[in-house]
Design a protein. Structure first.
Length: 427
């Protein structure tokens, strides 16, 4: 099969690494890719949002399947476009109607309520109802959670301790803080607990497989302090997500989600990301995403023993059937190195030096990297390089990852040294 993977981050690097190992994969193209994805296939200078260019590339290169890495093209309707222009071409990623689970937080919350999926109490507000929003805030206890309804590059969620500051933030969000993304703002009750990420691959006809569970680390500072980021690291498995917890997740969340999509007439073939929180042993949904998470993918891929291409193709064709999802019992972790200044403004074009070799259980995935005119690997994003490692347990995997992180060099490199420490303390 000739496969086109859309995206350019660490998630796409890990997907490309895993997909390239499949005997079904004859040629892999990554659009646009990054400075490291060329190790697994051929980078193509093409935007995932340029649907006409994608259609031409599919025709010119005999593409047999498209895998959509990030959410933007899905929310914009790429799967619908390809269904119209290339009927029968397998696409891993939902149609626009299903992508609204991530494209609109208000839609997602309504979906959860309609299908009895446990989530925080909420209400949605616009500029015309801002005073009602302020009154709703008064009904809640601090901290206050405000979410931009639309896509905001992971920055549209504010958690504020002070009521007056929350009211002011609501007015600023509705006034254009996040552009059109915050024309509607969801205010929801704060849930206290520990979070984890559950990933599901589904085929649109009720078939699904649950991938390895992971926990990511969003804050820039150690001890979960400072600004939110796209993710500073991840660990899989998650020791509090035990058999009983996951039984509840499947019965109360996964199955109702898959069945709810079918009931609503939504043809959803691809990955569903469930951002969950464990509230005193009870799972509740914080958010849906319509693709794999980043940096969780960089750890999760190391724990999948099955042929991922085979599974994705079956999902895209609507027939997961008896396909088996084999998961390694070993632990996997990922540690992200980021640019100086991230998640704020940061420099680009700084030379990167990588270790010449790593052990068999340690893999370097590129995120924000590129090649300059001389072919030198340089920084091109906030999150630059992620190091993923397997081990017999979390401590072993973390030791391997940090050992390699120390050998990566670029000016201003920063990483969190406490990834996974909270889970180790629970053992």
């Amino acid at each position: 099969m000739n496969i086109l993977l859309l995206g350019s981050g660490g998630r796409e690097s890990a997907l490309a690494w895993k997909m390239s190992q499949s005997p079904l994969c004859s040629a892999l193209f990554i659009a646009p890719g990054n400075g490291g994805t060329e190790a697994y296939g051929r980078n193509v200078a093409m935007s995932p949002l340029d649907f006409e260019a994608i259609d031409k590339f599919v025709a010119d290169n005999g593409i047999d399947m498209i895998v959509v890495g990030n959410e933007d093209p899905l929310v914009a309707g790429l799967t619908d476009f390809m269904a119209e222009h290339r009927p029968g071409l397998p696409v891993v990623g939902p149609r626009k109607a299903g992508a609204m689970l991530e494209g609109s937080k208000d839609f997602a919350k309504q979906f959860m309520v309609n299908h009895g999926i446990p989530t925080a109490r909420y209400r949605s507000f616009t500029a015309e109802t801002v005073d009602d929003g302020c009154r709703f805030l008064e009904e809640l206890e601090a901290p206050y959670v405000l979410k931009a309804d639309g896509l905001a590059a992971g920055k549209g969620v504010l958690i504020i301790d002070n009521l007056d500051e929350a009211k002011q933030a609501l007015r600023e969000m509705l006034g254009g803080m996040f552009g059109k993304s915050s024309a509607t703002v969801v205010i929801e009750e704060f849930l206290s607990g520990i979070e984890c990420s559950v990933f599901v691959l589904t085929d649109g006809h009720g078939g699904y497989r649950i991938l390895p569970v992971a926990k990511d680390y969003k804050r820039i500072g150690e001890g979960d302090t400072g600004l939110n980021t796209g993710g500073m690291g991840a660990v899989s498995p998650v020791n509090f997500a035990d058999e009983e917890f996951m039984r509840k997740v499947e019965e109360r969340i996964v199955r109702p989600t898959v069945e709810g999509l079918i009931k609503d007439g939504i043809d959803y073939r691809g990955f569903i990301f469930l951002g969950l929180i464990n509230v005193k042993g009870e799972p509740m949904v914080i958010e849906y995403n319509v693709r794999m998470g980043d940096p969780e993918t960089e750890a999760v891929m190391l724990r999948i023993d099955s042929d991922l291409v085979d599974l994705m193709l079956a999902a895209a064709k609507g027939d997961l059937g008896s396909k088996e999802m084999r998961i390694s019992p070993r632990a996997a972790v990922t540690v992200m190195t980021v640019s100086e200044g991230y998640p704020g403004s940061y420099p680009k074009g700084r030379a990167i030096t990588l270790p010449e070799t790593t052990d068999d259980d340690t893999i370097i995935f590129h995120a924000g990297t590129a090649r300059d005119a001389q072919g030198q690997l340089v920084t091109s994003g906030g999150r630059v390089i992620t190091v993923s490692a397997r081990g017999d347990n979390e401590a072993d995997a973390l030791e391997r990852a940090f050992r390699t992180v120390e050998k990566i060099d670029f000016q201003g490199k920063y990483f969190r040294r406490d990834i996974g420490r909270d889970l180790l303390s629970r053992l």
